[in-house]
Design a protein around this ligand. Structure first.
Ligand code: ADP
Length: 254
């Protein structure tokens, strides 16, 4: 049912977030664990400061153990990046999520990158689509049109500079738009913050922060356009998986 799907999405989102935090924590713990161990052995057991350093070291070890358990719980350690046809994934996945959409929401698809691959993790991309479609649905309580389209576009230096990272080149653009209530500038500024929601008890505020994280993991970009009472468009750009380019570069070098 819809309720179960939303519940599953919440758990998935929390697991993904926990996973991200666990990884960052792990990186911070590494020097604490390593250097406290080093200081411990340099001081020797008779040094007056030894018990303190030993305390730091054993606490860091416990933290490491906790993180390990958290990571195995969130089991999202198993991302698998592969060349993937986005149009095929969309066709399959939309069929799967069709039942969660109400009948008063009309879906229009316009898929144009059938022969182009992106380098991506299937589960993560499905989560992006799921979260954006769920939000679009929530924004159209009185029904409306959900449009999902893909196209191939060339990103130039100007685009890269306005985002402050990434590379120019060929990208697959996934655009998801709704004719819902839209959002004002203040809300728009905060949508990617974890736990920011305007839905009260019905929201987690995790959907878009997870989307943002996943897009970053794929070296992509997000743009959001929204107008009150008109609707919202999310544009996501994924770099095209360019196998030929690598080969021709290699040949060009000889
Ligand atoms: P949640 O859906 O649990 O509130 P999200 O992170 O997915 O969490 O979204 C955060 C907020 O962004 C929402 O509460 C809503 O105010 C706004 N938002 C997201 N998508 C849309 C949309 N398609 N139309 C209007 N507002 C949106």
């Amino acid at each position: 049912t819809e309720e179960q799907l939303i519940q599953a999405q919440k758990i998935e989102a929390a697991a993904l977030l926990a996973n991200g935090i666990a990884h960052d924590f792990n990186n911070l713990l590494t020097p604490i664990l390593g250097f406290s161990g080093l200081v411990e052995s340099k001081l020797g057991a008779n040094h007056p400061l030894y018990p303190y350093v030993e305390h730091i070291h054993s606490s860091a070890e416990k933290a490491k153990e906790l993180i390990k358990r958290l990571l195995s719980f969130s089991r999202k350690d198993t991302t698998e990046f592969k060349p993937l046809y986005l149009d095929d994934l969309l066709k399959d996945f939309l069929e799967f999520i069709h039942p969660i959409l109400r009948k008063d929401i009309k879906i229009i698809t316009d898929l144009n990158v059938g022969t182009i691959q992106i380098f991506a993790d299937k589960n993560l991309i499905e989560q992006v689509i799921m979260n954006l479609v769920t939000n679009a649905k929530d924004a159209m309580p009185e029904g409306g049109i959900l449009k999902i389209s893909t196209s191939l576009i060339e990103i130039d230096e100007t685009f890269v500079n306005t985002h402050g990272y990434g590379k120019p080149g060929r990208y697959v653009l996934l655009s998801i738009s709704d004719t819902g209530h839209g959002m004002d500038e203040e809300v728009k500024q905060r949508i990617f913050e974890p736990f920011f929601t305007t839905k009260g008890d019905k929201g987690t505020g995790l959907g878009l922060s997870v989307v943002y994280n996943i897009v970053q993991q794929h070296n992509g970009y997000i743009n959001v356009y929204s107008e009150l009472q008109k609707g919202t468009t999310f544009e996501i750009y994924f770099p095209v998986f360019e196998i030929l380019q690598e080969n021709s570069n290699a040949r060009g070098g000889i």
